[in-house]
Design a protein. Sequence first.
Length: 57
Amino acid sequence: MVALHLTRGYTLPQTADMLCVSLDTVRTHVKSLYKKLGIHKKQSLIAIVEEKRQAPQ
């Protein structure tokens, strides 16, 4: 859910509020996600999601 919120343009504090978790929890999830994907920026995450959406299934 954290990735979904980020790709939809929500900030980290907005995401934390909407998911009823702490900002630190969201930051931890983001760091883990970025590490697993080998990225460093939100724009890279958005690009990956867009690629997956456009790929034929």
